[in-house]
Design a protein around this ligand. Structure first.
Ligand SMILES: CC(C)(COP(=O)(O)OP(=O)(O)OC[C@H]1O[C@@H](n2cnc3c(N)ncnc32)[C@H](O)[C@@H]1OP(=O)(O)O)[C@@H](O)C(=O)NCCC(=O)NCCS
Length: 180
């Protein structure tokens, strides 16, 4: 009976990447990375204690810049983090969001954009930020502590601390300070 219960529990347990299977630049304790995640250039990635990467998450570091993910943060199913990105502690990134710490150079119209290389400013996501589902965060943006990015937003400019933004381009809909 106990055996049967254990095998049912196993079915529901997250299938995780084995500890030390990837050579991260730095990895805290109790980090959970789903086996279906894709981690590119782990030697440029730092992940803090207790952070979870869910099903199908892609963390794609380039060869020059670190991706830093703090402690106790969750990156949910099928979200994509690429380039120069710093994510704080207790951050929640909802499913299917994309964070692009870099862009294509498109300044020369005589050449296909494909061959013009890239530009990198970097994205900073401070502590306790909640990014809703299907959001896009563009390069160069800072998301201030405690802010919320409403589902479906495209963020093109910095977001102030404890502010809720929504839409395309994302604009302020309210402050969390006035609702508490
Ligand atoms: C951002 C959010 C938390 C705001 O919730 P709220 O404070 O209850 O906001 P309200 O419902 O009072 O909406 C305030 C205004 O913003 C608008 N708004 C809310 N969410 C919006 C969104 N995602 N996109 C565009 N406008 C939005 C509302 O229509 C309303 O506009 P109005 O004043 O013209 O009527 C919520 O809308 C949201 O997007 N949550 C994310 C959900 C999600 O992605 N979950 C993933 C699982 S973790």
């Amino acid at each position: 009976m106990l055996k049967m219960i254990n095998s049912i529990l196993k079915l529901f347990k997250m299938k995780l990447i084995e500890d030390n299977a990837l050579k991260f630049k730095q990895k805290g304790i109790n980090v959970e990375i789903h086996a279906t995640s894709q981690i590119i250039n782990p030697e440029k990635i730092i992940i803090g204690d207790g952070t979870q990467l869910s099903i199908g998450v892609v963390i794609w570091a380039n060869t020059d810049d670190d991706i830093i993910i703090g402690k106790d943060s969750n990156i949910n199913a099928y979200s994509f983090v690429q380039g120069k990105v710093s994510i704080g502690n207790h951050v929640m990134i909802s499913p299917l969001s994309a964070i692009f710490g870099g862009s294509h150079d498109f300044s020369d119209i005589s050449k296909p954009m494909k061959y013009q290389g890239g530009t990198i400013k970097g994205i900073v996501i401070e502590d306790d930020v909640w990014i809703g589902s299907h959001c896009v965060i563009l390069d160069g943006v800072k998301l201030g502590k405690g802010c919320i990015i409403a589902a479906g937003a495209v963020v093109t400019k910095d977001v102030e601390e404890y502010t809720i933004v929504a839409g395309i381009p994302a604009t302020k809909i309210k402050s969390r300070k006035s609702t508490s």
